[in-house]
Design a protein around this ligand. Structure first.
Ligand code: AQP
Length: 324
């Protein structure tokens, strides 16, 4: 396999740990979709279901979220003809290689991961899966000779961890993997949630990507505002990112906030309208996607993913000494 190595390979993955939010879309999904439309790229999109086990403890719920996230991917504009869309758990090579990486990196190294520390500080279960998450992510990426990984700013360190895992492997067993680079969209970084912190499924501070208009309105109205200023900072920050997606100018946005100085309700209403402009067309597409389409796409994606990583894993097994 590994047929067209002259093309740049792109991969991202999102956890089916809850309903996708606009931070997931703007930080990871939209950049991946944009890159997948370039014929010079070969694109992979993963449903990170094993990663989701770090927080989801209900099998039916995980199945349901998995189904919904694929629907979300397609509704957001993923074209099945340009993108290999697969579930992480359908390819056992991910777990196998993550174990190899876990045996190469140290506990003190993993303990420096901001994402782990942030999540535990927010009350998430400090399970060993969450702790070793960066090594599973490293395996997810390097199995497919990925060049670029579109992610939110919060994941920058995890790409450094991936490169470190690769270096450790190379030092021990010789050169084998590509060193991937993160793609972080300028001006997006980390999309703030309704409380001003990183928007996150597990922090209950999200604006849902596929919520109804009423749900989006409710989330936007709950954005925390500071009564000491004329401009509601978090509303403005989210609005700035949405304006960019709509191709509208910052000057125009500044003028809007100037015109409505101190009128938080009017500014939140304007943000709802602009989010609606981005998500309403996707919502319509989403309603037309059938269960059968989802099943077929996942089946062919799984076959392709397994075939793509098979050769790499054969070499790994040979190098580490478990094949005879
Ligand atoms: N607020 C954000 N701004 C920009 N990008 C974001 N991403 C997540 N939140 C933001 C990006 O979405 C991708 C997939 O994330 P994930 O589902 O694997 O897990 P996450 O980063 O931990 O996202 P959540 O929503 O916070 O999920 P939970 O709460 O379940 O852990 C990543 O590229 C991430 O950068």
């Amino acid at each position: 396999m590994l047929s067209s190595l002259s093309k740049k390979r792109i991969l991202t993955g999102l956890q089916p740990s809850g309903a996708l939010h606009i931070g997931n879309y703007l930080g990871a999904l939209k950049p991946l979709i944009d890159l997948s439309n370039d014929p010079e790229n070969e694109t992979f999109l993963m449903v990170a279901d094993y990663h989701a086990l770090t927080s989801v403890r209900d099998g039916n719920q995980l199945r349901e979220h998995t189904h919904q996230i694929v629907r979300d991917y397609l509704a957001a504009g993923v074209n099945k003809d340009n993108v290999t869309l697969f579930r992480q758990s359908e390819n056992p090579h991910h777990m196998e290689l993550s174990w190899v990486f876990n045996c190469l990196v140290t506990v003190p190294f993993l303990m420096q991961a901001h994402s782990y520390k942030d999540k535990v500080a927010k009350g998430m279960d400090a399970n060993a899966g969450l702790f070793t998450y960066p090594m599973l992510m490293a395996a997810d990426i390097v199995l497919y000779d990925i060049d670029f990984v579109p992610v939110g700013e919060d994941q920058r360190q995890h790409l450094e961890y991936t490169r470190e895992a690769v270096t450790k492997f190379h030092n021990a067993y010789g050169e084998l993997f590509k060193e991937p680079k993160e793609v972080i969209v300028k001006g997006v970084g980390v999309v703030p949630g309704t409380d001003g912190q990183k928007m996150s499924k597990s922090y209950k501070n999200t604006i849902p990507l596929f919520g109804t208009r009423e749900e989006i309105q409710k989330a936007v109205m709950s954005i925390v505002t500071d009564s000491s200023g004329d401009k509601p900072e978090h509303v403005f920050n989210i609005h700035t990112i949405i304006y960019r997606v709509l191709g509208k100018s910052q000057v125009e946005l500044d003028a809007l906030y100037h015109e409505h100085t101190g009128k938080y309700k009017a500014l939140k209403d304007a943000l709802v309208e602009d989010i609606e402009k981005v998500v309403a067309p996707m919502r319509e597409r989403r309603a037309a996607i059938t269960d059968d389409q989802i099943r077929r796409i996942l089946m062919s994606g799984a076959e392709k993913a397994r075939a793509e990583s098979a050769l790499k894993m054969t070499v790994v097994r040979e190098r580490i000494g478990i094949s005879f």
